[in-house]
Ligand binder design. Sequence first.
Ligand code: F6R
Length: 245
Amino acid sequence: MKLNTFPNPEALAEFVAGTMIEQLRQKPDSVICLASGNSPKLTCAEFTEKAKAEGLDTSRFFFVGLDEWVGLEPGTPGSCANDFQTRLFGPLNMATSQYHLFNGLSDDLRQECFKMDEVIRVKGGIDLMIVGIGMNGHIGFNEPGTSWNNRSHVIKLHETTTSVGQKYFQERKTLDQGITLGFAHLLAAKQVILLADGSAKAEVIKAAIEGAPDEDFPATVMQLHPNGIIAVDAAAESLLTPKNS
Ligand code: F6R
């Protein structure tokens, strides 16, 4: 795993968007997986703008959604599906055949998980995965204590996730369960970038990088990925122990 630091969120977004562009230049039919939430927002804007400006072929890549809140309509502002629609599918005019998302409204969530795992398998695995980090160290909805061997699964969300998660919604939502890709997918992805900006993320970034790999702090899984990058801005980096101390 590598650590890349950037002076500000804009430079961070430019790097991550640039990595997505390069991935598609090299392999236009790449499989790309992205988190929703605040962290990748600037990245998506930068990516769609640059892709359009340079006439990048975005008609052949396949997108996989990292996770979803169980019980939300896909059109709900703040749902993962809605983020993907407004940030990527709409701006890039993507065909519905170009993406697969978890349906958090399904009455058979186990089947949703099988379907997702099968789609990823048939597509040949994930080329580039871009994730955020939660205030309890989660990635996707892989909460503390989740096995690193999991593929897609349904999970009871921790209190931190359900309370912090209210920030995405205009009115209070009942958030109880999530459906998410697992760390078996992350560890098998060819490249993974975890991005974080802002001082609120400084403590969890420190724990992710300086803590021993431990399922109780999910983001430490990044240390096990041979082609993993933790990409942060100066504020998120601020609590790291200086190299020479
Ligand atoms: C969202 C997701 C979550 C977020 C994490 C950070 O799809 O997978 O793990 O990445 O909670 O959220 P933000 O980026 O809003 O701080």
